[in-house]
Design a protein around this ligand. Structure first.
Ligand SMILES: Cc1cc2nc3c(=O)[nH]c(=O)nc-3n(C[C@H](O)[C@H](O)[C@H](O)COP(=O)(O)OP(=O)(O)OC[C@H]3O[C@@H](n4cnc5c(N)ncnc54)[C@H](O)[C@@H]3O)c2cc1C
Length: 401
């Protein structure tokens, strides 16, 4: 028997406790704007979901400015650049030297843990295990969100709904006339987490005849490694031995690179695709992060872009609710899109530069020319470094202000 409706009220109902929704909740709290986060999973599930792990410089600065970076500053691994390997030889791109900025390796699940702990400690409500979340009346001035929890129906009245509910977003599906521009790549990534100490303090992106491989890490004890595989690859066909042998074949061992092996504690296959769905707003419903766009993981941008959207959204909401300018919500999509498309471009370039696309010799030579260029021209390397380390959020958020 379903319980009665329990009604509640807030200014902003945030759907989804991923990086976009949680950062938004902190940005709104910093502006004294009331919000409630509704998350369909339980707390332990979202805190242990292994996904991204590279934080751009502006993401780290933002978390610091919100007082959310204590553990990140203690435990995050500061990397001053990356390495590109081809023909078995490694080439460094030194972000710090080229741009004065660097990146930090810190697991997405650790970011999520920190954001949840700080939000709850400040008394900010996060409703876990909120199911059947349904925004209603988002084209009016009085939207509400219905959901179910513990067999009780709830209604959360609000002024704005923030759809931060990831790639299978319910919220995004409510935007009428939504157009999706997308590209599917003819490969996927087999990713593993291994209890093996990293041998490097930089990520190694390896372009190889057998396919792409990425060497990265999550902590001083845990390595994160990826192999280019066919889309829909059957994980059961990949024994631990086969994974390590393939990694050893593709990574530049002949160039002094060492690969530590160890127990594989997590594995999965993720398809590679890009998409952008517009508009990112309908009435009082604003969409952020993976709910609006997906980038291939090669550029390490998904989480950072979700957080960048949250900065734009917080500024737009403040303008609408506190600045008496509700019409500013209309700028939200175009303001986000300038960063979204630059990020798509960067992620697409990294993906096409590094992966094996069948046997096309012309494509292979173009890749080789691009790798040569980026490792020999300071201008090309600086361009890559700037994009990888992250363009400032302010450039984009200011346009809303
Ligand atoms: C499987 C996977 C692996 C990835 N690996 C990498 C990687 O290795 N490197 C990299 O750079 N990037 C990676 N990414 C990309 C990166 O993790 C995402 O871009 C990032 O999580 C986006 O943050 P978000 O807040 O927009 O969405 P999410 O992190 O997906 O958060 C959305 C939240 O909404 C909740 N939710 C969903 N639907 C509802 C609903 N109806 N009601 C209530 N709550 C709901 C979800 O449970 C989730 O907590 C990966 C993504 C995925 C999906």
């Amino acid at each position: 028997m379903m319980g009665v409706v329990a009604a509640d009220e807030t200014e902003v109902a945030i759907v989804g406790a991923g990086p976009a929704g949680l950062v938004l909740s902190h940005l709104l709290a910093a502006r004294d704007i009331d919000c409630v986060v509704l998350e369909q999973r339980d707390r332990a599930y979202v805190e242990h979901r292994v996904r991204a792990g590279v934080l751009e410089h502006p993401t780290v600065e933002l978390l610091r400015s919100l007082g959310l970076a204590d553990r990140l500053d203690r435990e995050g691994l500061a990397h001053r650049g990356i390495q590109l390997a081809f023909d078995g030889v490694r080439h460094r791109i030194d972000f710090l030297e080229l741009t004065g900025r660097s990146i930090t390796v810190y697991g997405q699940q650790e970011v999520v843990k920190d954001l949840i702990a700080a939000r709850l400690a400040a008394g900010g409500p996060i409703v876990f295990e909120a199911v059947d979340v349904t925004p209603i009346g988002v084209d009016t001035d009085h939207p509400l969100v219905r959901y179910r929890r513990d067999d009780q129906r709830h209604e959360l009245r609000c002024r704005i709904v923030a759809g931060c509910d990831g790639s299978y977003s319910v919220c995004a599906g409510m935007v009428p006339g939504r157009a999706v521009a997308e590209r599917r790549y003819p490969f996927a990534w087999l990713g593993i987490l291994a209890r093996a100490a990293p041998t490097q303090d930089e990520l190694v992106y390896a372009s190889h005849e057998r396919g792409f491989a990425l060497y990265s890490m999550r902590s001083p004890e845990v390595t994160r490694l990826y192999l280019q595989v066919a889309p829909g690859e059957d994980l059961a066909a990949w024994s631990d031995d086969r994974i390590w042998t393939e990694l050893a074949a593709r990574l530049p061992l002949a160039d002094g690179f060492r690969l530590n092996t160890g127990p594989i504690i997590e594995r999965g296959v993720t398809g590679m695709h890009s998409s952008v769905a517009t508009p990112m707003r309908y009435g009082k419903l604003l969409i952020a992060g993976d709910a609006a766009h997906i980038v291939p993981a090669t550029g390490a941008k998904g989480m950072n872009l979700a957080i960048a959207d949250a900065t734009v959204m917080a500024a737009a909401i403040e303008d609408a609710l506190r600045g008496g300018r509700p019409e500013r919500l209309a700028d939200y999509t175009s303001t986000c899109l300038s960063r979204v498309w630059r990020t798509q471009l960067f992620s697409h370039r990294m993906t096409t530069m590094l992966h094996r696309f069948g046997d096309d010799p012309f494509q292979r030579q173009l890749q080789r020319a691009e790798l040569d260029l980026v490792t020999s021209s300071a201008a090309a390397a600086t361009d890559l470094a700037e994009q990888y380390a992250g363009l400032p959020f302010a450039t984009f958020a200011e346009r809303v202000g």
